[in-house]
Design a protein around this ligand. Structure first.
Ligand SMILES: Nc1nc2c(c(=O)[nH]1)N[C@H]1C(S)=C(S)[C@@H](COP(=O)(O)O)O[C@H]1N2
Ligand SMILES: [Mo]
Length: 406
């Protein structure tokens, strides 16, 4: 079939990514022997200052604002460490000085009975909850769509499983007297400084999600047990569990309960599921809920040749809005399947699950794929239909790859 099972296509993808930022990085990865901690090629472009603290050897830099986690860097312990979690900014990040006084950061709340501006200090008095979610860019997997839609050619790495701590949005609403009449959407606005001389609506990061998310949405100030890094939206970020990355507004400065969706371009004409090759229109479905998806992390296409013997095939599986029930693995491109074991603690329906299947492999070449099933008995789709933005690719076949066992 015409999917990237063919290793030559994968190489092309790797080169495409490399051309943007690291030039000879991909060539290096192909020709050098496998190493448990791949070195950063000397020629690699250094990370920009706002993410200079990240572990560059574990990431792929597409541009200064699009940096993904290597497949081999996910590890096997569920939570994605901050130093290798992907980065995506639609606008340049605000100055890092905004985290100098975290508790003093303020956010306007509108569309409640008693609208007010609240500081993080005040929010911290309104409640605390902790939730684990998959944070995943809407375009994760775009690089695996055969038609190569424009946009960052993310592979699997524009995603991570992250633990957030903060105040539930519903507690804030309750503290401010409840929702105003007619509230149908939760609208969050990012705290970036907008460039001068441009219509703010054309660039601002402002997204609306249905009010049904009031139950699970969180205003987070901590990530993985530490103050929320500035690069990931500190001092304060809106988390909408189960919704794709763009709906999780960093450095949030306004939270509004609105009758209509935002008229910012990023909501109106951006992030819509449109027919291939066509411009987005506001009548098309917005990129909101994530789908059922899984992929194998090890052995992986970036871990080098595998030694014959028992191999622990492992990866991650997420259900979008539902918990994952089961994952099957195939070593022959989907002709035969075996059920993997879910391992590690269950961090709730919005987190991902790790899975593992021990398989004895003789020397040869194997096509590794996996597919997940959710608690409602849906199976992960084999192929995600193309859409012009290259969004929400969850097709199991496209996320497979071949490994050589020596
Ligand atoms: N304020 C603001 N929030 C934002 C963005 C942004 O550019 N500005 N980008 C969105 C997109 S497209 C994604 S995928 C995620 C990326 O989150 P991360 O950089 O913490 O990984 O943030 C989302 N929230
Ligand atoms: Mo994104």
């Amino acid at each position: 079939m015409d999917f990237p099972r063919d290793p030559s296509r994968r190489r092309l993808l790797a080169h495409g990514a490399a051309l943007v930022a690291v030039t000879s990085g991909a060539a290096h990865a192909q020709t050098s022997p496998p190493a448990s901690t791949p070195a950063v090629p000397a020629e690699a472009k250094p990370f920009p200052p706002y993410v200079a603290w990240k572990n560059q050897s574990q990431m792929i830099q597409h541009t200064a604002t699009t940096i993904e986690t290597k497949r081999s860097a996910y590890g096997t312990s569920i939570v994605t460490p901050a130093d290798r979690l992907y980065i995506r900014n639609n606008l340049p990040a605000p100055d890092a000085s905004i985290v100098n006084d975290r508790d003093g950061w303020s956010m306007a709340v509108e569309g409640v009975r008693s609208p007010r501006t609240l500081t993080v200090r005040e929010l911290k008095s309104m409640g605390i909850e902790t939730t684990a979610t998959v944070l995943q860019c809407s375009g994760n997997g775009r690089g695996y769509f055969p038609s190569k839609p424009s946009g960052t050619k993310w592979q699997v790495g524009a995603a991570g499983c992250v633990i957030w701590s903060g105040v539930p949005v519903r507690s804030v609403v309750a503290a401010l007297g409840g929702l105003a009449d007619g509230a149908r959407f939760i609208t969050g606005t990012g705290g970036e400084k907008l460039p001068d001389g441009i219509d703010p609506k054309s660039v601002m990061v402002e997204r609306s999600v249905p009010i049904t998310n009031l139950e699970d949405a969180l205003l987070a100030w901590e990530m993985n047990g530490e103050p929320l890094p500035h690069a990931h939206g500190g001092p304060l970020r809106l988390i909408v569990p189960g919704y794709s990355g763009v709906n999780n507004i960093k450095y949030i400065k306004r939270l509004a309960f609105t009758a209509q969706e935002s008229d910012a371009a990023i909501q109106k004409t951006g992030y819509r599921i449109s027919p291939p090759g066509q411009k987005h229109s506001p009548s098309e479905p917005s990129v909101w809920e994530m789908g059922l998806k899984s992929w194998i992390n090890g052995p992986g296409p970036d871990t080098g040749p595998v030694k014959a013997g028992t191999v622990q095939i492992h990866g991650v599986a997420m259900g979008g809005m539902q918990a994952v029930k089961r994952v099957d693995v195939s070593i022959d491109g989907g002709q035969t399947w075996r059920e993997a074991k879910l391992v590690g603690p269950d961090l709730g329906r919005f987190a991902w699950r790790q899975f593992v299947l021990p398989v004895k492999l003789e020397p040869g070449t194997y096509q590794l794929v996996c597919r997940a099933q959710d608690v409602k008995f849906n199976w992960q789709e084999e192929t995600t239909p193309e859409n012009s933005g290259g969004y929400l690719n969850a097709g199991w076949r496209a996320h497979g790859f071949s490994v050589t066992v020596a």
